[in-house]
Write a protein that binds this ligand. Structure first.
Ligand code: SF4
Length: 344
C-alpha cells in the first residue's frame, strides 16, 4: 500500500513508537497515538499530541476509522453497517446486542471466492483481502458510532477468514492485546466454509478462538454442490482437521447448519448429521436461513426445524436454534454490498 494512504491501524505499538521517533518525537507518543486510534479518533481530536505531529501524520496516513455509507437499525436493536474503504470498496459489519454484551460481526475480505450457492457475499465477486487494520476499523467505527464497548467478535461477515490467513491472525492478535481492544481469544469466533489446511494451521497458532464450521449438509455429494470447497476438502478431511483443532486447543467446535426448506431439512439429513458428529466435542447451531434474492432458497418451517433439532438431541448431539437478529434489515451478509455494487 502506498504510504500516502497507509492505515495506522495496521501498525502495532512498536511500529507507532518507531514512527514517532523517526518524526523527531519521544517514544511515548506511540502509546498516546495508539490509544486515540483504538477509540476511533481523527487526528484533530488527538489533543495530547502536538499539532505539528498531527499535521505531518495527516499528510501520509489515515487513522483507520471507516466511512459509514449506510446504516440500518433493526427493531431488535441490531445495527448493520455498510462501510466504505479507502479504495472505494465496501464491506458490511453487524453490531448485535446479547445478554452478555455487544458482539461485532465483521468482514474479512471484500467479496469472496468460495462460491457457496446460498450466499450473497460471493455473488458480487471477490475483490481483495482486507488488512488487519481494516478489520479493526470495522469494530472501532461501529463501537464509536453505537457508543458501546464490543466484548465479542465474530468473523462471519463477507469473506472466508482462512483465505486471508496472515491478516486475520494479525487482526486477532491486535484485537486481543491489552493495548488494542482487549477482547479475549475465547470471545472470538472464526467461521470457515471448511478450508481444512487452514484449520490445521490455525490449530498450531496457540490462539484458542471458537471455530465455527459452515456445514449445511452431512453428505459429500450435496455439500459439494452447495459449497464447492467440499470438492477439495471433503467431509473426512474436514473432520480430521476439526479433530486436530479440538485436540490442540481444547475447544468445542460449533457446526453451523442453515436449514433450507426441502433441500437439507429432512429426517435423513438429521440422521446423517448424527452419524457424522457422534462422539465429537461439538455444538450444532441450526439457522433458519435468511432469504437471499436469486437463490430460490426458503427457510424451513418452525415445525421442521424443531423436529430436526430433536433428532439431533436424541442422537446425543447438542443443538440449538439460533435466534435470528436483524430479520427486518436484510442481515444476511453480502446483501447491502451487492445492492451498492449494482448501483454503479
Ligand atoms: S458462506 Fe462464507 S465462504 Fe461461502 S461464499 Fe459466503 S462468505 Fe464465502
Amino acid at each position: 500500500m502506498d504510504t500516502k494512504s497507509r492505515n495506522l491501524l495496521d501498525c502495532g505499538k512498536t511500529d507507532l513508537e518507531e514512527l514517532c521517533v523517526s518524526l523527531g518525537q519521544p517514544r511515548f507518543r506511540g502509546a498516546q497515538l495508539m490509544q486515540w486510534l483504538y477509540r476511533g479518533a481523527d487526528f484533530d481530536e488527538m489533543t495530547n499530541i502536538p499539532e505539528k505531529l498531527r499535521e505531518t501524520l495527516k499528510e501520509s496516513y489515515v487513522s483507520g476509522r471507516l466511512g459509514i455509507r449506510r446504516k440500518l437499525t433493526s427493531s431488535d436493536g441490531t445495527v448493520k453497517y455498510l462501510f466504505g474503504l479507502g479504495d472505494g470498496n465496501y464491506v458490511e459489519s453487524v453490531m448485535m446486542k446479547y445478554k452478555y454484551g455487544y458482539s461485532a460481526c465483521i468482514s474479512t475480505q471484500a467479496g469472496c471466492k468460495m462460491g457457496c450457492s446460498f450466499c450473497a457475499s460471493t455473488q458480487a465477486g471477490f475483490v481483495r483481502n482486507l488488512t488487519s487494520g481494516e478489520m479493526l476499523g470495522q469494530i472501532i467505527t461501529a463501537a464509536r458510532d453505537s457508543g458501546v464497548r464490543v466484548g465479542h467478535v465474530v468473523m462471519m461477515g463477507i469473506g472466508e477468514p482462512l483465505d486471508n490467513y496472515e491478516n486475520v491472525i494479525a487482526f486477532m492478535k491486535a484485537a486481543q492485546s491489552e493495548e488494542g481492544l482487549g477482547i479475549s481469544f475465547r470471545n472470538m469466533s472464526l467461521s470457515t466454509c471448511g478450508l481444512a489446511d487452514g484449520i490445521i494451521r490455525l490449530a498450531g497458532e496457540g490462539i484458542p478462538v471458537t471455530l465455527c464450521i459452515s456445514l449445511h449438509s452431512p453428505f459429500d455429494a450435496q455439500r459439494s454442490e452447495m459449497m464447492p470447497v467440499n470438492r477439495k476438502y471433503p467431509l473426512d478431511k474436514l473432520s480430521d482437521a476439526c479433530n486436530i483443532y479440538t485436540l490442540n486447543t481444547g475447544r468445542r467446535i460449533t457446526y453451523e447448519y442453515a436449514l433450507i426448506d426441502g433441500v437439507n431439512d429432512s429426517d435423513r439429513h438429521a440422521a446423517g448429521l448424527v452419524s457424522l458428529l457422534k462422539g465429537r466435542s461439538c455444538h450444532v447451531n441450526l439457522i433458519p436461513v435468511n432469504k437471499v434474492a436469486g437463490t430460490g432458497y426458503r427457510k424451513a418451517s418452525d415445525r421442521r426445524t424443531e423436529a430436526f433439532r430433536q433428532i439431533l438431541e436424541k442422537g446425543g448431539i447438542n443443538a440449538t436454534v439460533r435466534r435470528t437478529l436483524g430479520q427486518d434489515i436484510d442481515a444476511a451478509c453480502g446483501q447491502l454490498r451487492r445492492e451498492e455494487h449494482s448501483k454503479v
